[in-house]
Design a protein around this ligand. Sequence first.
Ligand code: SAM
Ligand code: SF4
Length: 430
Amino acid sequence: MNEYDSNRIYDFAKNINYKKTDKIEEADCYVLNTCHIREKATEKVYHDVGRIKKIFRNKNKPIVVITGCVAQAEGEILLKKEKYIDAVIGPQSYHKFNEVILNIEKNLCKIDSTDFDVIEKFDYLNLFKNSDSNVSSFLTIQEGCDKFCKFCVVPYTRGPEYSRSIEELVIETKNLVNNGAKEITLLGQNVNAYNYEGKKLSDLIFEISKIEDLKRIRYTTSHPLDFSKDLIQAHKKFNKLMPLIHLPVQSGSNKILKNMGRNHSVEDYILIINELKRANPLIKFSSDFIIGYPGETDKDFEETLRLLKEVSFINSYSYIYSPRPGTPAATMKKTDITVAKNRLLNFQKTAEEIKIKYRKRLFNKISSVMFENKIGNKGEYFGRDEYFNSVIVKSEKNLIGKIEKVRIYEGNQNTLFGKIEDFKNKDFAA
Ligand code: SAM
Ligand code: SF4
């Protein structure tokens, strides 16, 4: 979502004559768009501002603006502690970006813009066309969260749930597609909680799937509680909907899920997985896990490992629990850090073994790959298969924006390598 927000900030900034630059030592303005989900985020801001200060030691000071969730959560402190920062702008007020910059240019005053103006923000955003699109582009459809899991800062930094209208989203999708996007990833902190005047995520998918030049649709991040029947059925009905679902579970222990305030059990989660597989047997899953949550015992951790193996996630993102100031879990008794680190290593080793096994099964099979960009000058192209696996092939013709059948011949942890194949062959990967 920060990538989408950064692109939109740039769409505004162009109108007051700012351009992107790679020459960081010549920039007139720095925008650090930040994430606050785990600790160290604030230290990173101070560190990055320190680097800018060093570059400009003997030159005129550039404008330095901190946007995103660190600005929302700690903006006042940032402005007080680091005088080099000119403004902090929260994720729900970045439509005021140009106004803030113009004011700084005029008066050089410090600005704190951290109101929750989400309706005003999207109304304003709709006035600005997306300047350029990648073959695979993001589109924020929903923001904020009302669930208040006990470990998470999102409800405090992004505010309450808000869904954009279907009409404006169809217009923005068409705009992205006209600019060259072939794949759209619909974004939301709880993307499947999308609800605009009774219209749900499945309705939006139906509407945008009518756009002919849009070939692939993804959505992230969904929550088990919002996995409604219509969305499950959408995976049967719409073949533009990719068969990889990112569905964070956080833990395989019902006791821990309860302590996290997730409001669902492991059994509820498995039920959704099975229903989705019934709707489309090709579907695979990825997930997020928090390791070492307060109160996690060896037995709880074993249950998480068991779930990991049972579902056989093709990608698992795991993190040690990070206490966030102001959240209920921050005051709970912490799991010993050495224990948590060992569990994380153990978890990641198992997750990696599952992933390697899965990827080996893809060798010598054919995948459908959408190509996003050229790599260097060696005639290599980078793309992704339907399961979001990175694939590299060599080709003399320009593949950008094309979907090709590719025979995978080898791969490492991160990338698969393949050759474009005449697709009369029916050996498809799943
Ligand atoms: N809304 C999604 C859900 O409920 O599954 C997740 C969105 S959250 C922005 C992304 C991920 O960050 C979560 O799935 C969780 O694993 C991780 N996360 C959030 N707070 C965390 C914390 N305090 N410590 C460690 N990981 C955390
Ligand atoms: Fe955070 Fe997701 Fe829980 Fe909302 S549902 S509080 S975004 S983890």
